[in-house]
Design a protein around this ligand. Sequence first.
Ligand code: PMV
Length: 312
Amino acid sequence: MIETTAPGKIILFGEHAVVYGQPAIAIPVSQLRTRVVITDDAPYSVLDLPDLGGQFPITAKPMEGEEPLMAAVREVQAYLGLSQLPPMRITLTSDIPIASGLGSGAAAACAIVRGLLRHFAQDATNETVNELVYNVEKLYHGTPSGIDNTVVTYEQPLFFMRGKEGKGVREAFTVGAPLQLLIADTGVKSPTLVAVGDVRRQWLDAPEQFERLFAACGEIARRARGAIERGDLLEVGRLMVENQAVLRAMTVSSAELDTLVDTALAAGALGAKLSGGGRGGNMIALVTNESQEAVAAALSRYSHNVLQTTLH
Ligand code: PMV
């Protein structure tokens, strides 16, 4: 039996602009995980997704409209040159909410890819896994920057810049003082592909205006890295508020996200912004020991799912 897991993630700074070459900061959320178990107890090869209530036979050739997670299996098949998988059961379970900006798709692909490579006793280095997960992300997202696959594969906080074929510039950074974050779900599912496509259309219509917005996000991400390294939490919070204003100008916020941001700030958060593709999904707020309880209570009035995570 092979068992692998992969974490969720949040983008602290720079989503969307990172697609256009600006730096962004992402961190893993290790308490939210996707698990894959591979066993030999099946008469044929099957992808078992109990959370989605389905078992999907792994056919030799891809079928039209097949379960999207099958793409991760196909990617490994192609990498290993296997026309058909031997009988096996690949069971995937996850506690990462889907289509919420928490990287559920990347984490699922990562756990499947790593599990299958290990099953076939193949090189499952982070570099190989990252490359294959990026290929899967391309199917989900169209023009992914590579930040999601990279942060869930390496499971470390990253200052990231897009590179060729998902091989971005990946810099680890130090954290001067722990960042206590609350993650609140709007409950609105929002596929990243749609938000990314809308930003692209607006950029094509008004390139200069959007280039300026992207550059502003890049500058915020660079300053945020310095503030995180120095442990300057007030500045990190201010920069989150600035980043949120730019994301609103890109039209990727929403009424629900704005309500959560305003609620967090009014209850004493140092900063708050959407995280990920936007239009729905999650909002993140920076809190302290003193403000955490009040902010979480205020957010719970509008969100059914408020999580806490700390970046050390
Ligand atoms: O997968 P999400 O919703 O967390 O968004 C990914 C971040 C984007 O910058 C919007 C897209 C990308 O490929 O970087």
